[in-house]
Design a protein around this ligand. Structure first.
Ligand code: APR
Length: 239
């Protein structure tokens, strides 16, 4: 009897982009080892020194623009094709590697590096160029109100109504490359499990919320995830 799923949720973190050459946050040479969160990832920091915060994200853009998706991103397109309209990707990442890999139904709950939001009218500006305190909003023309569309600590996540609905109804929850220390994303597995989902964690090591995972697959996601996806597709295929 083929085994299939009706609503698959994939939560990704910086680890899925590591094999594309992008730094994670909490590894030995991670972003948070070289910058203080309080200086670049809080609304107070932005109010205190917007130029410094803009510079931090502007400096990230060229590398993220050049980065290429790796087999972990690419296999998710294969999964979405095998399970049409049943695979959603909830990412904490601000890079666009899921989109470059052809993934659809991608929800950037922490925002996106190539977007800025106008604090005057809410317009979202897509741009890989530098955003500064002089950038005017193309929608309301206000100057100095553009903020990187990055969810700072203390701000509400994006797409949470959609994510809540996905977690209430998912029967397979797959976490890839996240340390599971930043809430509310770190609690998604608990919600999924409480709603009856089978839960899998793909990481190099055990993480802090591993209690809620039924299965742990250790190793680089570029190798482990494609193998798992092929297995799901085979299991779902009629004999
Ligand atoms: N394959 C699988 N997992 C990997 C790989 C890999 N090749 N490389 C690293 N990892 C794992 C690490 O073991 C770690 O558990 O990815 C995880 C990365 O953890 P973090 O650096 O904490 O990144 P993340 O979990 O995405 O951080 C969550 O914190 O600061 C905020 O907004 C920021 O979105 C970020 C959030």
């Amino acid at each position: 009897m083929p085994k299939t799923y009706s609503n698959i949720v994939v939560l990704t973190g910086a680890g899925i982009s590591a094999e594309s050459g992008l730094a994670t946050f909490r590894s030995a040479n991670g972003l948070w080892n070289n910058h203080r969160v309080e200086d670049v990832a809080t609304i107070e920091a932005f109010q205190r020194n917007p130029e410094y915060v803009h510079d931090f994200y502007n400096e990230m853009k060229p590398e993220l623009l050049r980065a290429k998706p790796n087999p972990a991103h690419l296999c998710l397109t294969k999964l979405q094709q095998a399970f049409p309209n049943r695979v959603s990707i909830v990412t904490q990442n601000v890079d666009t590697l899921h989109e470059k890999a052809g993934n659809t139904n991608v929800y950037h709950i922490h925002g996106q590096i190539n977007q800025a939001v106008c604090l005057n009218c809410g317009h979202i500006l897509e741009s890989w160029g530098d955003i500064t305190t002089e950038t005017n909003c193309p929608h309301c023309e206000a100057v100095g109100f553009m903020k990187p569309n990055i969810v700072f600590f203390g701000e509400n996540l994006l797409y949470m109504d959609k994510v809540d609905s996905l977690l209430q109804n998912c029967d397979l929850f797959i976490s890839v490359g996240t340390s599971g220390v930043v809430f509310p994303a770190a609690a998604f597995v608990q919600i999924a499990k409480q709603n009856g989902a089978e839960t899998w964690e793909f990481n190099l090591e055990n993480t802090s919320n591993n209690y809620y995972f039924d299965h742990h697959i250790f190793g680089p996601a570029g190798t482990t995830l494609p193998r798992f996806v092929d297995g799901l597709i085979t299991e779902a295929s009629p004999d």
